[in-house]
Design a protein around this ligand. Structure first.
Ligand code: HEC
Length: 150
């Protein structure tokens, strides 16, 4: 079974805010499966989310590049945009960042088409599949909470 078929029901439940089976609860969120989606979609530029290391000792992927091309996404959920101090954002991003806080809604817009949110950003990404967007966002939220509770 493809990865997507496996996690789709979970993503739909998160996206819709409702759970399909009566016995299901938020605990049914499959962090490991969501992490795989993150690794597939974001990892090559953003690197591994550090809190993730605590989730699993297995090394799921070798870094595709020596240094991440994008800023770390650890703790990104709910924080203002453009605040990773040692990362050099593009000029277009820096100009617009003060207007942006990475809420779930904003992240969804961003992933649906980065250029529509910040014209000229050097992150080129457009994910038409709302389930994939919801799964990645749920993963960012979960890892942010873990990092805060550490
Ligand atoms: C091709 C490389 C690439 C991919 C793939 C990529 N990003 Fe990015 N991302 C970047 C770069 C580069 C920036 C900085 C943008 C700028 O400076 O214009 C960025 C910025 C961001 C920011 C803003 C962070 C901040 O500090 O304000 C978020 C949020 C983000 N990316 C989320 C994601 C997510 C989630 C995924 C996977 C679904 C993803 N990105 C996939 C390269 C990428």
């Amino acid at each position: 079974m493809s990865l997507w078929k496996r996690i789709r029901p979970v993503a739909l439940a998160i996206a819709g805010g409702v759970f399909l089976a009566p016995a299901a609860s938020a605990d049914d969120f499959d962090l490991a499966a969501a992490r795989e989606v993150y690794l597939h979609e974001c990892f090559k530029c953003h690197g591994k989310i550090e809190a993730d290391v605590a989730l699993s000792r297995e090394n799921l992927l070798q870094p595709a590049v020596a240094l991440p091309y994008g800023p770390t996404l650890l703790g990104v959920y709910g924080r203002p945009a453009g605040t990773i101090e040692d990362f050099k954002y593009s000029r277009a991003f820096e100009e617009k960042a003060p207007e942006i806080v990475w809420t779930g809604e904003m992240l969804d817009k961003w992933l649906a088409g980065t250029q529509d949110v910040i014209q000229g950003t050097v992150m080129f990404y457009k994910q038409k599949n709302a389930d994939i967007r919801a799964t990645v966002i749920a993963y960012l939220k979960a890892t942010t909470e873990m990092a805060k509770n550490k």
